[in-house]
Design a protein around this ligand. Structure first.
Ligand code: SF4
Ligand code: SF4
Length: 381
């Protein structure tokens, strides 16, 4: 890894997940409600307004996959197997402490996994529409009302319009700060390593106080703007990463890109810009409607057609002055795998060098991935 000048600040975020275990335990002892979540479609404002702390559940390690394969087919996305493995083996303290698991009907594997989880843990499954059409916004709004009413009756909380508005205002500030942090990479050469930024975006989710998340994101951005060293990225190829969530394959994708002449300047996928490009209309006179509209416009391959992702990609490659796009698909993720053809066609149309790779959580594909990534970056030179 290059010797960037901000290791201490970044380390704070790397440690956040680890330290989060103790924080969640303390919050539980104070009587706080905890929701375990898995997906960018989870309507966080509703959980905030209900007084829940939301935490992303573990699904980034191969360690628990053998436990999952006792119940699940082997030929399934590693993220699903890892998540289920943590649940079934009780190795994830966040799952253990969760009062509720919130799932969405995104891809087939995940929605069936929630069904299995609901046998052992209180689980609410939101029926997510598969397109952004206006009648689907109506359906999604109805689903969010069902969720709100469930939380109120099951946990004895009251979710008011004003609480939703307050939650939306804070989440909007956080999303704006996340976006601004990514935008430090607009400078050419960029001042930060993409690997460090990814770990920050991920780590922030394990700080459970909204104002603390906002302050840390802002503080890190200001420090990068002041002391980041763009000279470390001179001559490196500017890469945009898109596709599946990559927390479990970070080193063999982003790490390999950055050790071989690339610099990841933009993440379009979950944990990156996808989660913060659109804000909730905090002035709406119907906050659940505003939340429904915002969440249904997340560009994910489970939507069909996935026009928002294509629109975002088209804009981001220009804005971040990207030299090449790498699409990462997790093994057996049908939606992203099929959609990689649509992304390839878009990149061809706009004349952007593009490569799609498929990987899982094992070490078996590292060599082949490295060779392909090296060849792609070499081709960009
Ligand atoms: S890629 Fe889509 S389904 Fe997967 S976590 Fe992100 S938004 Fe959810
Ligand atoms: S990566 Fe694909 S298969 Fe895996 S959980 Fe996400 S959408 Fe489903």
């Amino acid at each position: 890894m290059d010797n960037y000048s901000l290791p201490k600040k970044f380390e704070e975020f790397n440690d956040a997940r680890k330290n989060g275990f103790l924080k969640v335990k303390a919050l539980k002892e104070q009587g706080k409600l905890v929701a375990g979540i898995f997906c960018t479609f989870t309507p966080l404002e509703i959980l905030d307004a209900a007084g829940f702390v939301s935490v992303s559940l573990c699904g980034m390690s191969a360690e628990t996959i053998p436990d999952a394969e006792v119940d699940l087919p082997k030929n399934l996305c590693p993220l699903i197997k890892s998540s289920y493995g943590f649940y079934v083996s009780d190795k994830c303290p966040y799952t253990y402490f969760a009062d509720l698991i919130v799932g969405e009907t995104t891809c087939d594997g995940k929605k069936k996994m929630y069904e299995l989880m609901s046998k052992g843990k209180k689980t609410f499954i939101l029926h997510l529409p598969q397109s952004e059409d206006s009648f689907e916004v109506d359906n999604w709004e109805r689903e969010l009302i069902r969720f709100k009413e469930y939380l109120e009756s099951e946990f004895g909380v009251v979710i008011t319009e004003e609480k939703l508005r307050e939650a939306a205002k804070l989440r909007n500030v956080e999303r704006t700060e996340r976006k601004k942090l990514m935008e430090v990479q607009l400078s050419n050469p960029a001042p930060a390593a993409g690997l460090d930024l990814y770990k920050t975006f991920d780590g922030v989710g394990f700080l459970f106080d909204e104002q603390e998340r906002i302050d840390k994101l802002k503080g890190l951005r200001e420090e990068i703007e002041k002391t980041g060293d763009p000279s470390l990225n001179i001559g490196k190829k500017r890469i945009l990463v898109t596709g599946c969530p990559i927390g479990g394959v970070l080193d063999k994708t982003v790490g390999a890109i950055e050790r071989n002449g690339g610099n990841v300047v933009c993440y379009e996928n979950c944990a990156g810009l996808k989660a913060c490009l659109r804000l909730v209309d905090e002035n709406s006179n119907n906050m659940l409607r505003a939340i429904a509209e915002r969440y249904l416009s997340i560009g994910c391959a489970v939507m069909t057609p996935d026009t928002t992702r294509m629109k975002n990609l088209r804009e981001l490659v220009k804005e971040f002055q990207v030299d090449g796009v790498i699409n990462v698909t997790l093994h057996a993720c049908t939606t992203y795998d099929v959609e990689s053809k649509i992304v390839a066609d878009l990149m061809k149309e706009i004349g952007m060098p593009y490569m799609s790779v498929e990987c899982d959580y094992t070490a078996g594909d590292e060599g082949q991935l490295l060779t392909r990534i090296q060849a792609f970056i070499e081709m960009l030179k």
